[in-house]
Design a protein around this ligand. Structure first.
Ligand SMILES: Cc1cc2nc3c(=O)[nH]c(=O)nc-3n(C[C@H](O)[C@H](O)[C@H](O)COP(=O)(O)OP(=O)(O)OC[C@H]3O[C@@H](n4cnc5c(N)ncnc54)[C@H](O)[C@@H]3O)c2cc1C
Length: 494
């Protein structure tokens, strides 16, 4: 093992910060992780109330290979820390006219669902997913492992050949429409890119790799919830000697000349040889650095397309609610209209699409016996401050829809109710415009066009997390942490 004998500070104990810390510690660095919260996990923290355990953020465990890769780097497996269960059906989609589809985990059953909806769609799906597989393999095994500091990283013959197969210059919307006509299949195939924070016509068709992840690799659930994954990563870090300073907001990065000398925490300077910030990139630049040492100016940030913010509800319901699965997508309203209200003319949605997660359908540990743990999510435009009245108004809209579609009364059975929205994203994560999951993966914000992993002005300051490469989501954050850690190794190896 290589001993660098250097002290590294990591700002943020989310997936990216934990990943950076673990890789650095494995390679002999002394690592200290700072987070303003008492609990690690960042957006993936959990909160317990009256016997309900609510995951605050991510709930879809996709791309299990990315988690396996992380733990394997430390000689471990996910099953050393948590038990995974594949969901079947993967999820339920509610359409207009009282229809719904349960998306089967079994591939042949999935093809049958496609064929019964549109003649020839099974064959088309095979072709669509074969292309998506190639993108997934090239994307995950090569592209995302590059720090994307310069376009030159992508200028070799191999990459140029691969890029042709990756459909970087086509958009997801027209790509899907080349294969299918049925509006439900189109929405189903476009849905995964909503995770990437932009309308399908602005997302490169490269990201049909997400359909491969969805349909072929499956939807999984870590028993106990996503916070079990966080606990596993913290354990890996602790076994490698990483120190945690939780409940400690970093107030400033202390700069001397072109170098970060340390962090200001609780009024004291703690010295370090290098810093990785996995907190919100815009916050780090504008609040922790002097203006002279920022890589990007205000105009740059204002011109970025942020991923949506969210209106979130965590409900503890004192009965079982039939008619819902673990994951439920309510696509029973106008997809295009809601997307325009997020991305084109920001407004509170007139008739929102929403997502309901009921982990107590799979996991008895997240709700008291006979009760249901329900998480509701409406994506909304970033930068729109909310009020208690708005939060209540939308909760009532969702409850109307839930009660109508399930035929169950829910309102009188709610015994725990929590909300989380724009103001909480700003106050709890220092999130730019209250973004829920970073920067959108539009073509103009992909790879070397994203905010760089390495500061342009401070030579020993690095970034990881959902606002830099490869992008939003739990698996990309794990990868981001790894790539940033390797950049630090390269910096000290010079
Ligand atoms: C509601 C919601 C649902 C989601 N659903 C999914 C999903 O189902 N599947 C999926 O893959 N992804 C999902 N995502 C996205 C995913 O959760 C994120 O992309 C990922 O967790 C980001 O990890 P991160 O480490 O980059 O950032 P974070 O988790 O935000 O961690 C950054 C940490 O830095 C801390 N910090 C910031 N500034 C400071 C400071 N000055 N001092 C100290 N600490 C500081 C923050 O408090 C935070 O704890 C979802 C996100 C949200 C919000």
């Amino acid at each position: 093992m290589k001993k660098f004998n250097k002290n590294i500070a990591v700002i943020g104990a989310g997936f990216a910060g934990l990943s950076s810390a673990a890789y650095l510690a494995k390679n002999g660095f002394q690592v200290t992780v700072y987070d303003q919260h008492q609990q690690p996990g960042g957006r993936a923290r959990a909160v317990e109330q009256d016997g309900f355990l609510f995951d605050l953020g991510p709930s879809w465990y996709w791309m299990p290979d990315a988690f396996e890769r992380f733990f394997a780097a430390f000689g471990k497996k996910p099953s050393d820390y948590y038990q995974l269960q594949r969901l079947d059906p993967s999820y339920r989609v509610f359409w207009e006219n009282d229809q719904h589809w349960d998306i089967p985990a079994n591939y042949d059953d999935f093809l049958q669902l496609m064929e019964s909806t549109e003649k020839g769609a099974a064959q088309k799906t095979e072709e669509f997913l074969e292309q998506a597989r190639i993108k997934y393999e090239v994307g995950m095994n090569d592209f995302v492992q590059r720090p994307s500091l310069s376009i030159t990283e992508f200028m070799d013959v191999q990459i140029a050949k691969a890029a042709l197969k990756l459909d970087l210059l086509k958009n997801m919307s027209s790509h899907v429409r080349k294969f299918y006509n049925d509006s439900r299949i189109i929405r189903l195939m476009e849905f995964p890119v909503l995770f990437l924070g932009a309308m399908p016509d602005r997302i490169p068709a490269l990201y049909s790799m997400m359909n491969y992840a969805d349909i072929k690799l499956g939807t999984w659930y870590p028993m106990g919830g996503m916070s079990e994954v966080v606990k596993g990563m913290v354990q890996v870090c602790e076994e490698l000697g990483v120190k945690f300073e939780l409940g400690n907001p970093v107030q400033k990065i202390d700069i001397k000349g072109k170098k970060a000398e340390g962090l200001l925490v609780n009024g004291n300077i703690c010295t370090f040889d290098a810093v990785i910030s996995s907190g919100d990139y815009h916050h780090t630049e504008t609040q922790l650095l002097p203006t002279t040492h920022r890589s990007y100016n205000d105009a740059y940030w204002e011109s970025r397309t942020m991923a949506p913010s969210c209106l979130l509800y965590y409900l503890g319901v004192n009965k079982k609610v039939e008619g819902l699965l673990h994951h439920n997508l309510f696509f029973d309203s106008d997809f295009g209209k809601h997307a325009r209200e997020i991305y084109e003319s920001p407004a509170w949605p007139s008739d929102p699409l929403f997502y309901a997660c009921v982990p107590s359908k799979t996991d008895p540990s997240v709700a008291p016996e006979g009760k249901e743990n329900i998480f509701l999510l409406i994506p909304v435009a970033p930068g729109m401050p909310d009020t208690p009245e708005i939060r209540e108004k939308y909760l009532q809209i969702l409850l109307d829809r839930l009660e109508a579609r399930t035929g169950e009364s829910i309102r009188p059975h709610i015994e725990v109710k929590r909300t989380f929205a724009y103001q909480d994203f700003v106050s709890q994560y220092n999130s730019f415009k209250g973004n829920a999951y970073g920067l959108a993966n539009t073509l103009g914000q992909t790879a070397f066009l994203k905010p760089k992993m390495r500061s342009k002005k401070v030579e020993n300051l690095f970034y990881s997390g959902q606002l830099t490469v490869p992008g939003p989501g739990v698996p990309p954050s794990l990868i981001s942490g790894e790539v940033a850690a390797h950049e630090i190794e390269k910096y000290f190896a010079l």
